[in-house]
Ligand binder design. Structure first.
Ligand code: SAH
Length: 313
């Protein structure tokens, strides 16, 4: 479960950062492009009430492809020049519809992940592994539009930490941190293994002994309705004095106070809170001597953080 490849491509990272800074500039002037406009849970129609946009789009794409094929066939009556024009405009329509389909699938799966437990989400992906890939296709295209990349930020931060520290990345996605950071032992956990660096598990129960980790990371992964269990699990596996970093969307918090109180009850001391771009928030905590208080189980997770639901754009 060690990351093996330890070198970080600094040139790539700084080129990517430059690109991001350019994007950030653009982004500040183009409000329309804001990546996620989040609506609190409950303001939205339930999934049953919504039409199924991905099915509709799939149908449209199929129909468009059929049309394109019949235009290409020798028996089609229009001239070859006209055919060429029709074919290229329908190709771009297919590409637009395909992008919409990726977005629609992403939004539906994302909503599932935020409104169910980690265990249920794991079941969903076990039954339909392709949903995980649909989710990550959409997630990747979202990241490309963000002015700030949480993973790059964490990788840079890890550069200043000793190589021998044991890291656990809870909800690692494609485990880019294990690929890019210099630490020798990086445990990467997610519901599906998109590559060999990932260990499959629900992060409410990770296969690590107590007090064995120096740095725990949650990057946009406190998704399930039982995310408090994930934090409890992180507390179990972290050593005393170990660091816990949490990157989240600022828009998930109505106020930060309830979240900070929860972390305190779980046995973590706040070290710092940063809000780059007022879009993301990065908390740094240290595990203290205290055991998690039992009354955390009575806390309503929705009083701490709202799900991040994307609008149809
Ligand atoms: N940390 C990565 C991926 C963020 S997307 C990044 O910042 O780029 C959130 C990830 O958390 C998804 O890959 C999702 O599958 C994972 N996740 C959410 N709930 C989980 C759970 N209960 N157990 C394991 N992984 C979980």
């Amino acid at each position: 479960m060690s990351n093996g490849a330890s070198s970080v491509s600094n040139n790539n990272t700084s080129a990517a950062n430059n690109q991001r800074q350019q994007k950030a500039k653009k982004y500040r002037h183009a409000k329309k492009k804001q990546p996620h406009k989040m609506k609190p849970h409950g303001e939205r129609k339930s999934q049953q009430q919504q039409h199924n946009p991905s099915k509709q789009l799939e149908k449209q794409i199929k129909a468009q492809k059929k049309q394109q094929q019949s235009n290409k066939s020798p028996s089609a009556s229009s001239s070859s020049q006209a055919n060429g024009r029709t074919s290229s405009s329908s190709s771009s329509l297919i590409s637009t519809l395909s992008k919409k389909l990726v977005g629609a699938k992403f939004r539906m799966i994302n909503e599932q992940l935020y409104t169910t437990t980690g265990a249920k989400a794991k079941e969903m992906f076990e039954k339909n592994p392709e949903l995980y890939h649909d989710y990550h296709d959409g997630f990747r295209s979202s990241i490309e539009q963000w002015p700030f990349d949480p993973v790059s930020n964490l990788v840079s931060w890890l550069k200043n930490k000793p190589k021998k520290l044991v890291v656990a990345d809870f909800g690692c996605g494609d485990a880019r941190i294990a690929k890019e950071a210099k630490q020798t032992t990086i445990h990467s956990f997610d519901l599906v293994a998109s590559n060999e660096r990932v260990t499959v598990c629900d992060i409410a129960h990770v296969p690590l002994p107590d007090d064995s980790v120096d740095i725990g990371l949650f990057s946009l992964s406190l998704m399930g309705t039982n995310f408090i269990d994930y934090l409890k699990e992180a507390h179990r596996v972290l050593k005393k004095g170990a660091i816990l970093k949490i990157v989240e969307l600022e828009s998930r918090f109505v106020r930060f106070e309830p979240f900070k109180k929860l972390l305190q009850k779980l046995g973590f001391d706040l070290q710092s809170q940063l809000n780059p771009d007022h879009y993301f928030v990065i908390f740094e905590y240290r595990k203290n001597e205290n055991r998690p208080s039992l009354d955390v189980d009575k806390i309503d997770p929705l009083s701490i953080m709202k799900p991040c639901l994307y609008k149809n754009r």
